[in-house]
Design a protein around this ligand. Structure first.
Ligand code: PBG
Length: 336
């Protein structure tokens, strides 16, 4: 008879057995990240021949259309098939109502057309909000007191969605948080026979300090006040359920939660309460924190990005918008 050295040897449940080798860990892995689930946010500049650094987002650039097309080609090569496009609007085109947003011959609209011509297989999401276009930097039209007017703004957003649909966009993504905009955009699109243009609703978009590098990239920081009158209070989760229920009723095809990592509980809860695909946006500040620490040599950038996005996936996101899409896709290729 073998003498047991300690009672621990009777331990019948040893979860570590499922972590013994790479092979076992492989088939025990519950959550997987794939390049096809990543969406790359990209910044489009007017003109040609430029690719600008963004100081607050190392590794992310503003592109004129020619260099953007090259970047898209690289994304496709690593398996990232979807992009979310933002315009860098020159200051002289901005005004108090953001009227540049609904012009149908401006560089962003032409950009959508050209990308679709060259890469018909790519999915383009366009951003529906007025802040890149308004001189005051708010997401809508304002009254004399500086309040963002809901219904007047929704009217413009709906026109903007139709302009983008005509240019060939696959999905419009209202990121403004006005009430009733999904219903109004759906109605406007359907009236023009754009039944197959989808709507990804930024259902739970929080008034977050993590958007700062993005506003720096677009020179779109609000000139006065903040966005708490329309974006959500970071303290709230039931409100996210209300917002997403309304967006579902109004005809949204996908729901988006933003930011991502500090809001994993919101992602999980919204997922539990809906049958629509859930997207999460790892926003500029989330990316910048990782990129800055990586630049300083304090963390391994791709590994931390992988861990963060995997966690966002585990919480319930089906797709993730991340500035690290290309880097991550490359990492996934070498790791797996
Ligand atoms: C604007 C918009 C913002 C972001 C996406 N769309 C900024 C804001 O609401 O001020 C932020 C994205 C990011 O930080 O990466 N409607």
């Amino acid at each position: 008879m073998v003498l047991l050295k300690s009672s621990l040897q009777y331990l019948s449940k040893r979860p570590r057995r499922n972590r013994v080798s790479e092979a076992i860990r492989g088939f025990c892995q519950e959550t997987h990240l794939h390049a096809s689930q990543l969406i790359a946010p990209l910044f489009l500049l007017e003109g040609e021949g430029r690719k600008e650094n963004i100081s607050s987002m190392p590794g992310v650039f503003r592109y004129t259309l020619d260099s953007l097309l090259q970047e898209i080609e690289e994304l496709l090569k690593v398996g990232v098939n979807s992009i979310n496009l933002y315009p860098v609007v020159p200051h002289e085109y901005k005004d108090s109502t953001g009227s540049f947003a609904i012009q149908d011959d401006q560089f962003y609209v032409i950009g959508i057309q050209k990308i679709k011509e060259m890469f018909p297989e790519i999915c383009i999401l366009s951003d529906i909000a007025l802040d890149p276009y308004t001189s005051h930097g708010h997401d809508g039209v304002i009254d004399a007191k500086g309040h963002v007017l809901n219904d007047e703004t929704v009217e413009l957003l709906s026109q903007m969605a139709v302009v983008h649909a005509k240019a060939g966009v696959d999905i419009v993504a209202p990121s403004d948080m006005m009430d009733g905009r999904v219903q109004s955009i759906r109605f406007a699109l359907d009236q023009e026979n754009f039944y197959n243009v989808g709507i990804t609703a930024y259902s739970a978009k929080y008034a977050s300090a993590l958007y700062a590098p993005f506003r720096n990239a677009l020179h779109s920081a609000p000139r006065f006040g903040d966005k708490k009158m329309y974006q959500m209070n970071p303290a709230n989760i039931r409100e996210a359920l209300l917002e997403s229920a309304l967006d579902i009723d109004e005809g949204a095809d996908c729901l988006l939660i933003k930011p991502a990592l500090p809001y994993l509980d919101v992602i999980a809860k919204v997922k539990e309460n809906s049958n629509l695909p859930i997207m999460a946006f790892q926003v500029s500040g989330e990316y910048a924190m990782v990129a800055a620490a990586a630049q300083l040599g304090w963390v391994d950038g791709p590994k931390v990005l992988y861990e963060c996005t995997l966690s966002i996936k585990r919480a319930g996101a089906d797709a993730i918008l991340t500035y690290g899409a290309k880097e991550l896709a490359l990492y996934l290729k070498t790791k797996f």
